[in-house]
Design a protein around this ligand. Sequence first.
Ligand code: SF4
Length: 329
Amino acid sequence: MNKERVLSGMQSSGKLHLGNLVGALNNWVNLQDKYDCFYFVADWHALTTGYAHPEAIRASTNDLLINYIAAGLDPEKSTIFIQSMVPQHAELHLLLSMITPLGWLERVPTYKEKQENLEDRDLAMYGFLGYPVLMTTDIIIYKATHVPVGIDQMPHLEISREIARRFNHIYKTDFFPDPEGLLTEFPKVPGLDGRKMSKSYDNAVYLSDEPAVVEQKIRQMTTDPARVRRTDKGDPEKSPVYQLHKIFSSKEQLEYVAEGCRTAGIGCIDCKKILIKNIFTYLEPIWKRRAELINDPDRLLDIAKKGSEKAGLIAEETMKAVRRFMGLS
Ligand code: SF4
């Protein structure tokens, strides 16, 4: 029986952090056995906001691919590829842009939000406006049936569904399936300052951080403000450190830390030492695989080439039909 197809990708616009790993990548790894998975590094997407910094995009593309594999994506199980190595994405993006109403793109909430958040960049660009068309292309060129999303990303998927339906409607076909959101509950990963972990808040622990850096970051992490002195009692629920314990520590350790925090039986340094040890245990296999891949660029290139070739064959099949529908063959 053919497995249903999943597609997802990340933009190569910066380093990957613990939040990305726990929130998305681990989920992707788990989906590999159940679905026919396509995972890609979205370097063209990164250009929509980072067009002026090609060096950063190149480095980030490489690092993202390393992290995909290091986190457990398996090139034998999943198709792992680089977006720009499958030029059919560009062709379908162009063709879909012929049928996508401008108003749909202007109404996408992230269009204005991102422009406001990235004030230092000039984003009044055609490519930036067309971002959802490119995203749609990435999904439907493989006729993916499922896209893993968090609840807040559901509206983003809606425009892809609308564009796919519009294509089907105009060309009187049911060629493109309606991609469905694969809703996943992600654990919330707090950053070092207690806000959501994010590169833009500069509060993240990166997978590329050296162990000493990780340790230093956790040691400086925000705690319950009530615990000014070692003897002050605290409330673990008010401490982002405890939220990280919930992800990385055992049930017994959680109870020990919570009790010690409430009674001032342990200090914040003791508490953080346990967390640091657990994060190290969690990250050590990833660090090891990262080091192996960094030292073996040929293997990395081979993975990218083989994955992109495989993706390209499927994308080309889709394009043959699309060209026919649109009077081009
Ligand atoms: S003891 Fe741990 S949970 Fe409590 S405030 Fe300190 S760091 Fe946070």
